[in-house]
Design a protein around this ligand. Sequence first.
Ligand SMILES: [Mg+2]
Length: 257
Amino acid sequence: MRDALANFDAIAAGLDRRPPVLFLDYDGTLTPIVDDPEAAILEPAMQDRLKDLATRFRVAVVSGRDLEDVRKRVGINGLFYAGSHGFDIQGPDTRLEQPRARDYLPVLEAAERQLHEHFDGKPGVLLERKHFSIAVHYRRVSEADQPAIRECVTASANRKNLRITHGKKVIELQPPVAWDKGHALLWLMKALAVDPDAVTPFYFGDDITDEDAFKALPPHGVGILVGGHEGPSVARYRLADPAAVAHWFDRLLASTY
Ligand SMILES: [Mg+2]
């Protein structure tokens, strides 16, 4: 995997013909990973960069967070936001709630009650209900106790016929619907009325769920893995951390595309 800063000129070479469209994950990409997901606040300097980028390019934020949560955290009007790993999308005059996922809301509610029974009072486990997902964060649990938590959540998902996705020290229950960040990216391209052949879609992400989006990019698209995760990646480029993402954005803003 090549470094996206060292190869900036090569990446940017075709952007005058095919302008960039930016798809950005939030946690670990625009903000550093922190112990408490609540504490992942967007730095004002990064927010200013995003505002500048949005005046010149189309920008969408594609996050595992609840739609309202990520929208508030980024706090810029006029962007497209995809929450719950793309199950819930909102943009100017656009809204998509995955209809098949909506059928599973009562099942998610039942699973949420069950997980609360298991984990309430368990130190270090943080349950986060999102509209279309339940996240069980276990970063603050000792390494020795983490497998038991994953097993418990997996068993609960199996009983309820829900899907499991793994992230960085988080395991999530989702509707068993074939929809992910990759599907969301393709849907967003349509919603943005962009011809994928006429633009260069970029996707920046740091986690396993971002791999679906890297895979969905057209051949001339640019996948940039920020930091890394435990699995293999299909991204062509990498950046070390959100600070390197900030530098890359600055290079793009300083260019004339
Ligand atoms: Mg992330």
